[in-house]
Design a protein around this ligand. Structure first.
Ligand code: SF4
Length: 218
């Protein structure tokens, strides 16, 4: 398998972007430039790491062996590498067929359905659930796993409909967030509500920590 995907990072277990414990893959590269994007480090197309699909598939297989319940693809803009993503999801599907239990694929894209061409649909069509739409900082939301109110969560398969039916309109009191530290740098997984990142900045400052290079600031 020669296909590759340029990625920003991966993490397992993630429990703030989809139901259960999940492998998450953040794709590198996005030209959509949403104002207020919290992942500006994923914008440059030449950043991150160019990874063979076979390597990502092995990572997914390992996560499944450890009990993963699903795979989340975010970014960056995953559909700006539609060929590589389609190849990865095809391989990941073979892994889940071997697993003998239901594992879902959740895809985040800044595009709306009407913006997808055949190539992008070849990738997006393999996801059980797709969250469509650019992040709009002027339209905050309390809906789970969405950054702004315009973003639509669309279950596309029987598994997606069964597993996500209760989440499409779900607005929990506190949105799930996960704080991880890698190589000494803190990073946040999830879709923070308005003010959360500002409060985090303040809290870290209160602990004597100065955040100098946050991905959520221009
Ligand atoms: S929110 Fe997503 S689609 Fe928008 S600029 Fe950031 S990475 Fe790109």
């Amino acid at each position: 398998m020669n296909a590759r995907l340029r990625i920003s990072r991966t993490h397992y277990p993630v429990h703030a972007l989809g139901p259960g414990e999940r492998l998450a893959v953040w794709v590198q590269g996005c030209t959509l430039s949403c104002k207020g994007c919290m992942s500006r480090d994923t914008w440059p197309a030449d950043g991150g790491e160019d990874v063979p699909i076979a390597e990502l598939t092995a990572l997914w297989r390992s996560a499944v062996d450890r009990g993963a319940e699903g795979l989340t693809i975010s970014g960056g803009e995953p559909l700006q590498q539609a060929d590589g993503l389609a190849a990865f999801l095809t391989a990941a599907d073979e892994v889940r067929r071997d697993a003998g239990r239901e594992l879902d694929f959740l895809l985040y894209t800044g595009y709306d359905e009407g913006e997808l061409d055949e190539t992008r649909w070849a990738a997006a069509g393999q996801a059980d659930v797709v969250v469509f739409g650019r992040y709009d900082v002027t339209r905050p939301t309390e809906l789970v796993w969405r950054g702004s109110a315009n973003q639509r969560m669309v279950p596309r398969t029987d598994l997606g409909r069964r597993r996500y039916a209760g989440f499409v309109d779900h607005a929990p009191d506190h949105g799930p967030l996960q704080l991880e530290v890698r190589n000494g740098d803190p990073w946040i997984i999830g879709t923070p509500r308005p003010g959360v990142l500002r409060n985090l900045d303040r809290s870290l400052k209160g602990l004597g920590l100065q955040v100098t290079d946050a991905t959520w600031r221009p």
